[in-house]
Write a protein that binds this ligand. Structure first.
Ligand SMILES: Cc1cc2nc3c(=O)[nH]c(=O)nc-3n(C[C@H](O)[C@H](O)[C@H](O)COP(=O)(O)OP(=O)(O)OC[C@H]3O[C@@H](n4cnc5c(N)ncnc54)[C@H](O)[C@@H]3O)c2cc1C
Length: 389
């Protein structure tokens, strides 16, 4: 069977691409080894932070702003809230030394991006933060950035909505099918995609396989995509529930002196007994998508509680926990590129812990690249060749 485009992997990026391509007349097939949304990749856990001024670099700003427009468009189509613009507080003990996601001065870069793009924000001194956000413990030297246009997205609902609309618009979906190879055809102007039982051909393939991306890369590129297990916890709040909802409590990112000190969290969106979701990051122990330990142990909960409670007023009662996968490149940036020597095979790996907020527009970018070999977005920072070979 022959298609114009085959998308391998239907998580955040693949579902966005399927949705974007479904507005064209192209014959599109989307394949996933599971049934997205699922809890085995990088897109589960109820919420993802989104921000307008991007501390990973201002080149991400046009992509996130377009994504915000797409989430709003989608909300109207599926009549479901996907994007909650509850505001976002980013703070550190100083402006410059705030390492996160490959950016040495995440807070400073955020502020510069806000100024460059005219994004509404406020800079907060520690005293103001102590008054406005008593949910945190402060050292006294903190400086904060508040952005009213930041908030959170519902990852599972976004994937579900995009796949539903893509299917309604004629994209064919093959679920529970693991792709075992994506190869150029004999004349190198098309692709052959195989599972253990099926073979499909297309003019173009898009690899959006998340933490499994290495399975489709030449040997020399595999080392540029490392997989890290990351933990999420929902702890009971110490202060009254009302102080963790609405305008009282935006999404937050607390930056420390090393990348591993970073903590982020969300308002209490699951009611009085649902707890506060807090995310942590580690870049010391890598794993693979197939060998990751998906259980969070009691020891880990205890260890992270001790860390989190130094900064946020929560009780030692973990209501829920989850393990999730970051795909991390050497500079923590995205890869959106064609495969070496095979321009008909596109690769999109926007993880490194900050990809969901951009995924809707990355779907548009991949559509444009698949159909026209070019996009109006500046993706020059996302080349595969920047890592060498
Ligand atoms: C704990 C955690 C917190 C995060 N927080 C944020 C945040 O606050 N804000 C933010 O913007 N980003 C955040 N991110 C990053 C963001 O969630 C990811 O960048 C994004 O979800 C990655 O999407 P993806 O499409 O690349 O991968 P996925 O959504 O995992 O999709 C990959 C898909 O490919 C399929 N697949 C793989 N191999 C095959 C195969 N051989 N055959 C068929 N199908 C295959 C998989 O089954 C899967 O469905 C976070 C990530 C994690 C893990």
């Amino acid at each position: 069977m022959s298609y114009d485009v085959i998308i391998v992997g239907l998580g955040a990026v693949g579902s966005a691409t399927a949705y974007q391509l479904s507005s064209t007349t192209k014959k599109v097939l989307g394949i996933d080894q599971f049934e997205p949304p699922h809890t085995l990749g990088s897109s589960h856990g109820d919420t993802r932070i989104t921000r307008q001024a991007i501390g990973e670099g201002s080149h991400y700003v046009p992509i996130v702003l377009r994504s915000h427009e797409i989430w709003r468009e989608l909300e109207l189509k599926v009549n479901t809230e996907l994007f909650n613009q509850c505001g976002g507080l980013i703070f550190g003990t100083n402006l410059k030394n705030t390492p996160a996601h490959g950016s040495a001065s995440f807070l400073d870069v955020t502020l510069a991006a806000a100024n460059e793009f005219g994004i509404e924000h406020q800079v907060l001194e520690c005293q103001e933060m102590q008054k406005q956000y008593p949910q945190f413990h402060y050292q006294g030297t903190e400086i904060g950035y508040f952005e009213p246009g930041a908030g959170f997205i519902r990852p599972e609902k976004c994937i579900e909505a995009q796949l539903k609309l893509a299917k309604q618009n004629g994209v064919e979906l093959q679920l529970n099918k693991k792709v075992v190879s994506i190869e150029p055809n004999s004349s190198n102007d098309g692709v052959v995609v195989k599972t253990s039982t099926d073979t499909w051909e297309a003019e173009c393939a898009i690899i959006s396989a998340g933490a499994w991306v290495s399975e489709f890369l030449p040997e020399s590129y595999k080392r540029f995509f490392k997989i890290y297990r990351q933990l999420l916890f929902w702890f009971e709040h110490e202060l009254p529930y009302e102080t963790f909802v609405g305008e009282q409590f935006p999404i937050f990112i607390r930056l420390g002196e090393t990348a591993e000190d970073l903590l982020y969290g969300f308002p209490a969106i699951d009611g009085k007994n649902g707890g506060i979701k807090i995310g942590t990051e580690q870049y010391l122990d890598s794993c693979t998508a197939d060998t990751i330990d998906r259980n969070v142990s009691a020891d880990e909960i205890e260890q992270y509680f001790k860390r989190i409670t130094q900064h946020l007023k929560v009780k030692n009662n973990c209501i829920k926990s989850a393990a999730c996968l970051y795909t991390v490149t050497p500079d923590y940036g995205f890869v959106i590129d064609t495969m070496p020597e095979h321009p008909q095979i596109l690769l999109a790996s926007p993880c490194s812990g900050h990809g969901f907020k951009h995924s809707a527009a990355i779907g548009q970018i991949l559509k444009e690249l698949a159909l026209n070999q070019k996009t109006d977005f500046d993706i020059s920072a996302f080349s595969l060749s920047r890592f060498g070979e």
